[in-house]
Ligand binder design. Sequence first.
Ligand code: G3P
Length: 217
Amino acid sequence: MKFFVDTADVAQIRELAETGLLDGVTTNPSLIAKSGRNFLEVVAEIASIVDGPVSAEVVAMDHETQMKEAEKLIPLASNICIKLPLTLDGLKTCKKLTDRGIQTNVTLCFTANQALLAAKAGATFISPFVGRHDDVSWNGMDLISDIRVIYDNYGFDTEILVASVRHPVHVLEAAKIGADVCTLPPDVLKKLANHPLTDNGLKAFLADWEKTGQSIL
Ligand code: G3P
C-alpha cells in the first residue's frame, strides 16, 4: 500500500518525506486555505520535496474553466496530479487530461457507481471519502470493498486512494481490502508506528543495556 500525506503543511511534508515512507501528497482547497499560502507556490514547493504524485485541485465547476485551471497547474512540476470533482464536468476534464498522459485524481467519491464512472474516464486515482461516510452512519469501508470488487471484475487500472482517513483502523481495514493508496493526515501516519508495548520493551532494553556499562560507539 502506498502512503500519501493529506496536507499542504510543507514542514510536515519535509519531516515525513525524510522517513522514506511517503509516496505522494494530496491537497484540497480546505488544506490550502489552512496553510495560508499561495496555491501555486505551495503546490510547486511540495512537488519539489516529494517524487510521487502531488494532487492539486481545480475549483471551477465547468469543464472549460477546469481545463484552463489545469493548464496553470500542470507546468508547475512533472509530478502534479490534477484533482477533479466527481461531477460530469469533472469526469469530462479527467478523460481529456488522462488522454494526454496527465495524472488525475477524482475526488469526493461516495458511491461505487461514481467510482465506476471515474475508472471509465481513465482516472489515475479515485478518492472515496471513508470518514465522511462514517460521519453519516454508513460504513465507509463497505464502499472501499465494493470499489475493489468492481475494479477487479473489469481490470480497471484506476488506483483506489482512500481519503478522509481519520484513524489507524481505517488504514488497517483499507490494507486488508487491498486499497492501493491511503492518504493520511500527518498525525495518523505517525500514530501507525506507536504501541505502548514497543515503548515499554524499549525502556526495559535500555535499562538493561545501561547496566552493562558498554557503549556501541
Ligand atoms: O482526503 C480528503 C480529506 O482531506 C477530507 O478529510 O477529515 O475533512 O473528511 P475530512
